[in-house]
Design a protein around this ligand. Sequence first.
Ligand code: AMP
Length: 259
Amino acid sequence: MVPGARLIVLGKQGAGKGTQCVRLSHRYVIPHISTGDMLRAEVKSRTPLGLEARRYLDAGDLIPDAIVLAMVAARLDRDDTRTRGFVLDGFPRTVAQADSLDELLKPVEIDLVLDLVVPTSMVLERLLSRRVCEDCGAIYSTSAPPKLNWTCDICGGEVLQREDDTEEAIRNRLELYDSSTAPLVARYAALGKLVEVPGAGNPDEVTKELFAVIDAYQHGGEFFPPTLPSKERPAVSGGPAVSGGPVASGGPFDTVERT
Ligand code: AMP
């Protein structure tokens, strides 16, 4: 049987988290828990939570912790996450959320925190060109559209620009990432759980690298790849493991399967 895992994927918006999390979910047979997807589903279904969440999402602001935590706690309480683990995408996003997650998980812990490192200039470009299937969440881009008329190749849904992928909301989200989410890198590094993976290259290369890191962890944690200095990344204490696999440049970003 494939061993499960409890994973967090960090990275700026547009770093490719959604894409990579789907692939990790398939390979390790673990549920992909995306708080952004869960919130968008609530908005679409016009639930009370969705109506409350909508103005935060449209502005690119963070939803209050209490709302997100209640949602995540309910999801982590299900059998699949208890028996297999999970890959968390978009959560935790603040140190307070990370502290609450630790409490929720006790007596078990997160296995690995994978940080997809991509320069801000690149994620801005990616987010502005990103297009998403409103039904299944499959990700495309203006340079890699679906085959037919902005109709999703996977489910036939309409492929649109996300409402929070406007330039103003994107800038807001990236600023929030730096102020609220980036401190998680140092937090998990200090716990010895962080692995940085270059996320700027071809998505298949990034996936390969992520699989290598997780497989190595699962097979006894003997192998952690060599250090790759990152210009964007401030030095963190506690000896983070940093992945230095090959990075192919210029690869497509958004030709992505999501289920
Ligand atoms: P994402 O799809 O992860 O980019 O999330 C889209 C939006 O959902 C964010 O801009 C926030 O408004 C909201 N959101 C998602 N996850 C969280 C979280 N962990 N805490 C607060 N707000 C969140």
